[in-house]
Design a binder for this molecule. Structure first.
Ligand code: ZN
Length: 317
């Protein structure tokens, strides 16, 4: 089981693969992963800026130094995954930062990203949770193509582009442990809902980049890869990969039906909450479900609604 590192739970999930609970938003919500292999380390997703001290403590607990951390690999540039990348890099300046090619500019100059996040969440939330964003020098950031391979000690990591949650989303497949570090490409789920290896996951598709066909293709790709386990950024480990992919696919289609019928974005949010409760494990409390998943479902309602508005605009010519 896990151990507490500066108040953050650190768990070894498989040989050399560790999950740090960043405690962003609440405990059991957002993970950062650390991979270690023969004196080389990588961090996959950094959490927010405030998570950097805990990550550095966890890294040094695992024997990492600024010479051994070779890679910082955010799955995408949303700030619960990449908000801490600049601050982490400042302490680990020998590392390279690898991100989807479309994410590079946002790490080098976070101005537009910051403006977008302020618009969606409001200034008060941004200032409390995310500020300030630290840029990464352009010559330290690499755009990682689909099927790129990243060597880490004796380990080979495979980069898979997994759009759907965001257009610029990638996942990291660790061949040594047959684990896909999926970021947000395989839904979000929380402790206490569902059985071991089969947490209750919901699709999360925030604005502005949701495309149903990309989300479907990513689910199919993960199914075809068929890893022994998927480690999502939010949150428990998934070993029932097939069952989870099927449920996520069904929930996506049900969500799209609600999107077509909804009268407003607020109506869509209420519809998604109710509709997805059908997939809740029978022993889950609906009240607790709404508490745990409300933010994700609000974001998804916004993302699906914006997609519908774009479709309508396109149809109107
Ligand atoms: Zn996220």
């Amino acid at each position: 089981m896990g151990q507490a590192i500066a108040g953050h739970e650190l768990v070894e999930l498989a040989d050399g693969l560790y999950r740090l609970d960043t405690r962003y938003y609440r405990p059991g919500h957002t993970s950062a992963y650390i991979l270690g292999s023969d004196g080389a380390h990588a961090v996959i997703d950094s959490g927010v800026g405030a998570n950097v001290p805990a990550l550095l403590t966890a890294l040094s607990h695992l024997g990492a130094t600024d010479d051994t951390v070779h890679w910082i690999l955010p799955t995408h540039v949303h700030l619960d995954h990449a908000g801490g990348v600049g601050g982490l890099f400042a302490s680990l300046p020998k590392a390279r930062v690898g991100v989807h090619p479309s994410g590079v500019e946002h790490l080098v100059d976070p101005t537009r990203l910051e403006a977008g996040v302020r618009m969606l969440y409001g200034d008060a939330f941004f200032d409390q949770e995310y500020a300030p964003l630290t840029p990464v020098p352009a010559d330290r950031v690499s755009g990682l193509d689909d099927e790129a391979r990243v060597t880490l000690g004796t380990r080979a990591l495979r980069v898979l582009h997994t759009p759907g949650h965001a257009w610029h989303h990638l996942s990291i497949y660790d061949e040594a442990t047959d684990t896909l570090l999926a970021g947000d490409a395989f839904g979000a789920g929380y402790p206490g809902f569902g059985g071991p290896g089969a947490p209750f996951m919901v699709p999360v598709v925030p604005p502005p980049q949701f495309k149903p066909e990309a989300y479907r293709a990513t689910l199919a790709r993960i199914l075809a890869l068929s890893p022994a386990q998927v480690a999502p950024a939010h949150f428990p480990l998934i070993t029932d990969v097939r069952g989870t992919a099927e449920r996520l696919g069904q929930m996506l289609e049900a969500g799209l039906e609600q999107t077509a019928e909804a009268a407003s974005v607020a109506d869509l949010e209420a519809r998604l909450l109710e509709c997805w409760a059908r997939w809740l494990p029978t022993d889950a409390s609906v009240w607790a479900y709404r508490q745990a998943y409300g933010l994700d479902i609000w974001l998804t309602a916004e993302g699906m609604w914006l997609w519908r508005c774009k479709q309508e605009k396109k149809a109107a010519g």
